[in-house]
Design a protein around this ligand. Structure first.
Ligand code: UTP
Length: 319
């Protein structure tokens, strides 16, 4: 971190390192997926495996996230990895011997499933080095992203494919060339688990202007019950701000702190929030992970009928 952006060291518009493209329109073509966190809430499962590789029904969580990026029109995907990265990378590789075996058996269904992940997108990997926080992980993407706007999708946060959010966020970015953050209403007692936004309404019902952000506030200090969830469309000026960050909550470089600098008017443009009210699963949380498996399991074409029948009987046995 080279330059202070906190307190008196704020970044002023027009200052030395502001990118040259501030008045230029720019399309979003790249997705960055941070997946280098320690996953302590899910220990011991995550002792030797990233939480993003935990399966949701029959696919690792990260594959759903890559699929979401592709569905939103972003086939260039950079995954930020940490320790235990090997199986995450392998998942997006082709496995010729396995493919050959399935082909020899005539098991075309499983062959297609195995090949899906390796053909899904143009997937790149970069190591974070040390898990110094989400802001730091995003900052590592600078060389890959260059001077363009880009999307960030947290690798442990699933947005149900039937409730597209990222496409709407990109639409809002493209219309106004601004930073866009996904927000979701949460019960007030849960705001301490999230970044939390102070907002003002705009002319569009699902879009608000963010006037401040606090990382994991105590409920009594929270400016609202609108939580920042794991989708962002960021402009490239975020990289200078991240480089200037001081460690924030938990001693980590927080993306929320970098966004707060923009929201407080230290960039040239506002920060907008798109309010999401669809289905979202935080797969880094054990109970939420179990719920995600049940919710998507009962709707699974092959497994759904069996699971549904079992669940109905199981629930009766609990009553
Ligand atoms: P979390 O806030 O869930 O942190 O990260 P964590 O360390 O992964 O998990 P817990 O809280 O200890 O259980 C949100 C997202 O940011 C990534 C994580 O992989 C996750 O997708 N992340 C977090 C990084 O890539 N690097 C970091 O240094 C921190």
């Amino acid at each position: 971190m080279s330059r202070a952006a906190h307190g008196s060291g704020v970044l002023h518009p027009g200052e030395d390192k502001l990118p040259a493209m501030t008045n230029q329109t720019c399309a979003v073509t790249k997705a960055v997926i941070p997946a280098a966190g320690l996953g302590t809430r899910f220990l011991p499962a995550t002792k030797a495996m990233p939480k993003e590789m935990l399966p949701i029904v029959d696919k690792p969580a990260i594959q759903y996230v890559v699929e979401e990026a592709v569905a939103a029109g972003l086939p260039d995907v950079l995954i930020i990895t940490g320790r235990n990265k090997e199986n995450l990378i392998s998942h997006f590789d082709s496995v010729p011997e396995l493919e050959q075996t399935l082909q020899n058996k005539g098991d075309n269904f499983r062959l297609r499933q195995v090949m899906e992940a390796s053909e899904l997108a143009d997937v790149h990997f970069l190591r974070q080095g040390q898990p110094l926080g989400l802001g730091h992980a995003v900052g590592r993407a600078r060389n890959h992203v260059g001077n363009e706007s880009f999307a960030v999708l947290l690798g442990d946060d699933l947005i149900d494919g039937r409730d597209p959010l990222l496409r709407r966020m990109i639409e809002v970015h493209d219309a106004q060339q601004v930073t866009v953050v996904a927000l979701m209403e949460v019960p007030p007692e849960q705001v301490n688990l999230y970044g939390c936004a102070a907002v003002e309404p705009t002319d569009e019902a699902d879009v608000v202007r963010i006037t401040g952000l606090v990382e994991k506030p105590n409920p009594e200090d929270a400016p609202s019950n609108l939580a920042v969830i794991g989708r962002y469309v960021l402009r490239p000026e975020i990289f200078d701000i991240i480089e200037g960050l001081e460690p924030g909550r938990g001693g980590e470089y927080q993306l929320t702190d970098a966004l707060n600098h923009l929201a407080l008017g230290e960039g040239e443009r506002p920060v907008l929030g798109v309010i999401f009210d669809g289905r979202r699963y935080d797969t880094g949380d054990r109970a939420e992970w179990i719920k995600a498996n049940l919710l998507l399991g009962v709707e699974h074409e092959e497994l759904g009928p069996e699971l549904r029948e079992w669940l109905v009987g199981f629930v009766k046995s609990l009553a």
